[in-house]
Design a protein around this ligand. Structure first.
Ligand code: ATP
Length: 359
């Protein structure tokens, strides 16, 4: 397994990719500390795979640089980069056995800066066997890959990537084709392998839950650009932008006006809803998650629907001016459709954005 000191620092600066008229990635800056686990998150088509392809060396950037521990990788071919990439599909050689698939990279390639020369047959066999144990495929080395389940195939792909002792591991939606249970299991495995080997890992996903569960840092991309970066909690508690808040979903949006350092409801909400903010003066949108709203405040609302949500209840309300606001309350709270309630918005968990930031 990789030496802990192998985990590399990745710096991406001003990275851009254009395909004719399409700008897939624009001016992307990104830094991954050695040993960190970062999720590159964003909707389909936002440029995640293109970014990974540029880091891996499968695509030459139109602009910018990719540096590993300070050295530029531009011009270094993919097979010479100490980087392993696992794709959505395992892309195994169907005519080879599991161990032959895992050994393949070791036989033909050894990344620059890691070890010297090719490994002997015995070394390869030992490393492959150990790696198969690590991904819980011990004893299956002689199987043909066609006889494996989807989850097992992805484990082989992981083993094949990790046996090369990469300094940076790139994963491009590796579990999106697996069912939910298996996906959860594979996530746990990847995180475990990352922690044990002290790899630097960049994991592409369009699934917020996956990003939140796995990563120390989330990098959100929207339309080819960086749209926020930080620990998962930040995206819930203080989203960096309205677009980021919307991508993370399950938020309420209330329209109003920022005046003198306060977001204020307008019209029928005037005076009832005020939240301190540093957002600029003018029309604004307040974002608050349902769990940051209580029923013991001063903002009048009418209950329009209630829905059992497992461990709690979602209560839909309408503010006096008709704007909807969803509240999450504990099971057993006595709320019924038609009730008049008084909402409390936790000011520390409200985010306010200028209206012009709305997309
Ligand atoms: P998904 O989650 O669906 O894989 P993504 O976030 O990984 O999406 P990319 O595959 O990086 O997005 O694509 C970003 C944009 O670049 C898209 O508009 C896509 O159509 C375009 N694009 C990607 N590769 C090419 C290519 N080889 N030629 C032309 N356009 C491309």
């Amino acid at each position: 397994m990789a030496d802990p000191t192998l985990a590399a620092r990745l710096d991406v600066s001003g990275l851009g990719a254009r395909f004719d008229a399409v700008t897939a990635v624009a001016d992307l800056d990104l830094s991954l500390a050695p040993g960190s686990f970062t999720a590159l998150l964003g909707p389909s088509g936002c440029g995640k795979s293109t970014t990974l392809a540029m880091v891996a060396g499968l695509l030459a950037p139109t602009t910018g640089d990719v540096r590993l521990d300070g050295s530029s990788l531009l011009g270094v071919p993919a097979e010479r980069r100490p980087v392993s990439l696992v794709f959505q599909k395992p892309l195994l050689f169907p005519h080879l056995t599991v161990e032959q698939n895992v050994a393949y990279g070791l036989r033909v390639r050894r990344p620059a800066g890691v070890g010297t020369g090719r490994a002997s047959r015995r070394e390869v066999a030992t490393q492959v066997e150990a790696m198969l144990e690590r991904v819980r495929l011990g004893g299956l080395g002689r199987r043909r890959v066609g006889e494996l389940s989807g989850g097992q195939e992805q484990r082989v792909a992981l083993a094949r990537a990790l046996v090369l002792r990469p300094r940076l591991l790139l994963l491009d939606e590796p579990f999106s084709q697996l069912d939910a249970d298996l996906r959860a299991e594979m996530r746990a495995l990847v995180r475990e392998l990352h922690d044990e080997a002290e790899l630097t890992t960049l994991f592409v996903t369009h699934d917020q839950d996956e990003a939140v569960e796995l990563a120390d840092t989330i990098v959100l991309m929207l339309e080819g650009r960086l749209a926020g970066e930080g620990p998962p909690e930040t995206f819930y508690a203080a989203p960096p932008s309205l677009a980021a808040a919307r991508f993370f979903g399950a938020t309420n949006e209330v329209h109003g006006l920022v005046e003198a350092g306060c977001f204020r409801g307008q019209g029928l909400l005037e005076g009832a809803l005020t939240v301190p903010t540093t957002a600029p003066h003018g029309p604004a949108v307040l974002v608050v998650r349902p769990e940051a709203v209580g029923l013991d405040g001063e903002v009048p609302a009418l209950v329009t629907a209630t829905r059992f949500a497992g461990s709690d209840v979602l209560v839909d309300t309408a503010l006096p001016d008709g704007q909807p606001l969803r509240v999450r309350v504990p099971l057993g709270a006595r709320v019924a459709v038609g009730d008049r309630v008084s909402l409390a918005l936790d000011p520390d968990r409200c985010s306010v954005f200028a209206q012009e930031a709305e997309r």
